[in-house]
Design a binder for this molecule. Structure first.
Ligand code: AMP
Length: 421
């Protein structure tokens, strides 16, 4: 029979990787707590209409990449391809806006997009992200970008990442810009790829995102969105730039950055890795002042970002960060069945005092238990043999220093406390 395997574009996170995930998750939890953000967890699947109405029918995500099916009752359901829409749906459904004028939320979890898998691009992947609902002011944009910057810094990635910033203005200014851009592109349209020609019809701003050098050359003199900004749009981005400078967060204005989704307004940004190669977007976000209303809520401004956790972990590996598998502190070797209950008791007392302790449930020989300890990279061993059981003692071994001595079982906790302080 054929061996069953995970589906293309999905991955198991194996025990020797999960520690890295937990480290990243705890950095995200810690930084978000410092800024007063609370975690929100929404379902993995939603009604399809949620994504088509918010992300946009013409976007790649909605038109090509969603896992959608008709449920038994005829309803169209979709595995979530992004989380801002779900979080906004939940914000509206539970009237979170009535609880406080600002809702600061963050999330972590799996997402599903049927893309062509490659390094840093999967069909099931994970994101963490933050969303702030309620403020239209640029200091809110600055706070969101500062959270991203803090998390990147704690992950050791700040020096390898570049912040690209742009303002795509309010909806009104984009209508004029859209037609100016189309007028500019039209005479060259035949030189553009099929994808870009399609985008010309459906979402011309996205052509600015093109990776093709030829198309980039043509677009060099294209009109710029900044020339279509309203006074309010310009004031907003100028204040934001000032706040970022005040916080020493380096950025570059990139007039070509538009981001793919329909719901963005004004500020858009991306942190790109300088080490990741083709899939270099670590994190992207922007303001979405119209989204709550589009989804049926009261007019409420919002801004947020989403970050790819797999890409963070790849970048962290490449920057030679110290996010290793967690190593136990102590290996307790028990050599006699009569010592087992004492061995379990001592191990648990040590764990209660903050030490990571491993015992051997296979009743192996001393030699193979010590070999196992070595393989795990443990620093200390405690050995409970026949003599020690009789004398109520335990043998202590420091692998690094090559020291061995005998201590009283009743003194084990104090001994390790002294040793590690
Ligand atoms: P987006 O929601 O498309 O703005 O993506 C936000 C972040 O999620 C990106 O910057 C990537 O880090 C990550 N990401 C998006 N799509 C994928 C994917 N298919 N596989 C892995 N990471 C992804």
């Amino acid at each position: 029979m054929n061996q069953l395997r995970s589906v293309k574009g999905t991955h198991d996170i194996l025990p020797d990787e999960s520690n890295k995930w937990q480290n990243l998750e705890s950095i995200v939890n810690a930084v978000c707590a410092q800024y007063g953000y609370h975690e929100i967890r929404t379902p993995i699947f939603e009604e399809t209409g949620l994504f088509s109405r918010s992300v946009g029918e013409e976007t790649d995500i909605v038109s090509k990449e969603m896992y959608t099916w008709e449920d038994k009752d005829g309803k169209s359901l979709t595995l979530r391809p992004e989380l801002t829409a779900s979080v906004t749906r939940s914000f509206i459904q539970h009237s979170l806006g009535n609880q406080s004028p600002i809702q600061r939320l963050y999330y972590m979890g799996p997402l599903f997009r049927r893309e062509r898998p490659q390094k840093g691009r999967q069909r099931q992947f994970h994101q963490f992200g933050v969303e702030a609902f309620g403020s239209e002011h640029p200091e809110q944009d600055a706070e969101i970008i500062a959270i991203a910057w803090q998390i990147l810094s704690r992950c050791g990635l700040a020096n390898d990442a570049k912040l690209n910033l742009n303002s795509i203005g309010s909806k009104e200014c984009r209508i004029d810009y859209r037609s100016a851009l189309k007028d500019y592109i039209l005479p060259y349209l035949n030189d553009f790829s099929e994808t870009s020609q399609q985008r010309f019809k459906t979402n011309p701003l996205r052509i600015l995102d093109t990776k093709s050098e030829k198309e980039q050359m043509i677009l060099k003199d294209a009109p710029m969105i900044t020339d279509y900004h309203s006074t309010d749009d310009s004031a907003h981005i100028e204040s934001l730039k000032g706040f970022l400078n005040a916080m020493d967060i380096p950025f570059e204005i990139n007039h070509k950055l538009v981001r793919g989704l329909d719901y963005y307004t004004k500020t858009v940004f991306e942190f790109n890795s300088l080490t990741l190669g083709a899939q270099d977007a670590l994190l992207g976000g922007g303001r979405y002042d119209g989204l709550v209303k589009t989804l049926g809520g009261k007019q409420t401004p919002g801004i947020g970002f989403a970050a790819g956790m797999e890409r963070f972990l790849i970048a962290m590996d490449e920057s030679e960060n110290e996010f290793n598998r967690s190593t136990p502190d102590i290996y307790l070797v028990c050599l006699d069945e009569k010592g087992l209950s004492n061995s379990l008791k001592i191990s648990d007392q040590l764990r209660k005092n903050g030490f990571k302790v491993v015992t051997d449930p296979l009743r192996r020989s001393m030699k193979s238990q010590l070999r196992d300890a070595n393989k795990l990279g443990v620093k200390f061993a405690l050995i409970l043999g026949e003599t020690e059981i009789k004398d109520k003692t335990i043998a202590f071994k420091d692998f690094g220093k090559g020291i061995q001595k005998t201590i009283l079982q009743s003194e084990v906790i104090n001994f390790f406390d002294d040793l590690t302080n």
